[in-house]
Design a protein around this ligand. Structure first.
Ligand code: ZN
Length: 302
């Protein structure tokens, strides 16, 4: 009986129908124990990149692909800006390519003018040297991805504890079929529009229920809707992905978002049984040999 319940729950969680509760951070982060054989080629790359608390002092470069790469010369987003605050400081994931930092500063400045509180609450960006992470995220590896909370920044500096323990706002209804009308506000649309129309942004990832609401509610200019793509989860935060910095050959670009608004059959599919992922063994961890060779230098650099 209990086993069945857990299996059923696991299936729901995997499907994003019942996304897992958000992870809290900790006020007392413990350093990871050293690896017995860090040079063993079978060592998952996340174990290596997850143990680097500082950036590689190299010229800033996004190396590889969003889901298989690393970051040279990572820049830290300061934990407090005039119009942003970084959450979950214990995760040390407020790092990115300088272009990502500039984008976040740019968007955060607009946020209060759009009715989005006093600015942005910033969730995970990348690790100091990018790369795969020990927990969460398949992408966020090259310093060009950022998660922004669906909660506006309040009119005060959050305490260290609040930043670890506060929960972001779920904007999706309990049945996962639409947004929660008690929470969803015009400011959500305004912020998503500002993000999607930024010159550097290629994709904004949101829960299918949010995409559905945008398809229904966005009036006037809809030319940015195609950049907002449905994915599972993403009901507490939305994910922003900027393009490869110009001239960086080692950064692999993603195919452009389809020109179509994405409000038709493709979106309907997300609300069918077929969209529920089948339980499986999950993806095997990425090894260093699967990352661009330059990531080895990033890992070993001072
Ligand atoms: Zn994300």
């Amino acid at each position: 009986m209990l086993r069945l319940t857990i299996r059923a729950l696991a299936l729901l969680v995997a499907s994003g129908i019942a996304a897992p509760a958000q992870d809290r951070g900790t006020m007392d982060p413990k350093p990871l124990p050293p690896l017995a054989k860090p040079d063993d080629p079978s060592t998952p790359a996340k174990e290596l990149f997850g143990r680097k608390p500082t950036p590689a002092s190299l010229e800033a470069r996004a190396i590889g692909y969003y889901t298989g790469g690393c970051l040279a010369g990572g820049v830290m987003l300061p934990i407090n800006g005039k119009t942003w605050q970084v959450m979950r400081l214990s995760r040390n994931r407020n790092w990115g390519h300088p272009n990502l930092i500039s984008f976040l500063e740019r968007l955060s400045e607009k946020a209060p003018k759009l009715g989005w509180g006093h600015g942005l609450l910033v969730g995970d960006m990348a690790q100091p040297r990018g790369g795969p992470m020990l927990t969460g995220h398949w992408s966020h590896q090259v310093g060009l991805d950022a998660d922004l909370w669906m909660t506006p920044m309040p009119d005060r500096e959050l305490t260290r504890q609040e930043r670890e323990e506060m929960m972001a706002t779920n904007v999706v209804a309990d049945d996962w079929k639409d947004i929660n009308p008690k929470i969803w506000k015009p400011a959500h649309i305004a912020l998503l529009r500002a993000a999607a129309t930024d010159k550097d942004v290629e994709r904004v990832l949101v829960n299918p229920a949010i995409k559905k609401a945008l398809c229904r509610d966005v009036k006037g200019d809809r030319s940015w809707l195609h950049k907002v793509r449905p994915v599972l989860g993403h009901n507490y935060h939305f994910h922003i992905r900027i393009g490869c910095p110009p001239g960086q050959d080692g950064c692999k670009t993603q195919p452009p978002a389809p020109a179509d608004e994405g409000c038709g059959k493709d979106l309907d599919w997300w609300f069918t049984r077929e969209a529920v992922p089948k339980p499986g063994p999950g993806r095997p961890p990425i090894r260093m040999s699967a990352l661009p060779a330059a990531c080895k230098q990033v890992l070993l650099a001072d």
